[in-house]
Design a protein around this ligand. Sequence first.
Ligand SMILES: [Zn+2]
Length: 315
Amino acid sequence: MHQTTIRNTVRCTGIGLHSGKQVEMVLRPAPEDTGILFALRSGSGTFFLSPKPRLVVDTGLATSLGNGHDHLAIVEHLLASVRGLGIDNIRIEVSGRELPIMDGSAASFVYLLNQAGVRRQAKARRVLAIKRDISFEHEGKFIKATPHDGFAVDFTIKFDHPLIGREQLAMEITPDAFASELAKARTFGFLREVEYLHTHGLALGGNLDNAVVLDEFGVLNTDGLRFPDEFVRHKMLDFVGDMAILGLPLYGSFEIFASGHSLNNAFLRHLEDHADEYLEERVLPLPEEAPAVAPAKAPVRRPESASGLRQPAMA
Ligand SMILES: [Zn+2]
């Protein structure tokens, strides 16, 4: 399988969830083996940041990356879109310290990446594959992984809320499945949390345009839900984005209960710390070069030979 990048440069602006301010983002094609590269522009220059498990500096409301100089918040929905659509190499330029929240889902990013188009590159894709079973548990939540030739997720959530309760969904994460089944699922929160955040000067850009907000009984958004099980779909989307922080695409089959950004990152750090035990790097074979096809034997009328005898039209 070939590595890919985007075909064209695309840009968008949106509101930052934390600051409530306008953020500008530009997505550019990148050479083979670049991976996902953030270029953070500020008054003092440009800082580069490649996602790595140990560069995750906050998992409170969302996943934030930092390199000691600078940081970038709410990376998971864009990372999920890049990984979900099977893009290996991309340069993401950001002015601001967070990615735009858009509508709280990955739909706008998928739209933008589709506008850019995907281009195949010459080199073969490299992945990190789970090579033996692993079970990672913390306070009743868990991530279990088994070897699998692809990226499959079986996610269960349980919330003591009349609208959520228990939701479970399993799928193979392919570009089509990501775009149609996960990308539109929005982040969600409870009204009491939103009120708390706002009184503490946090999530200033957060409102019903970029999150599903629940009170004790149901959804406050007048349009309701986009899927009956939108909550577990968003958790799965977050998982895809958080796993992209490993750097290379992760291959395996994952059974997950109630995990969030914090456990997702702890799991990645554990994988990285025990990489010899659990991971193997694989280069996915390129499709067989199409064999040189002999031209079809079309009837060819040959010129009459000097002898005047007709050659047969076909051999
Ligand atoms: Zn999310």
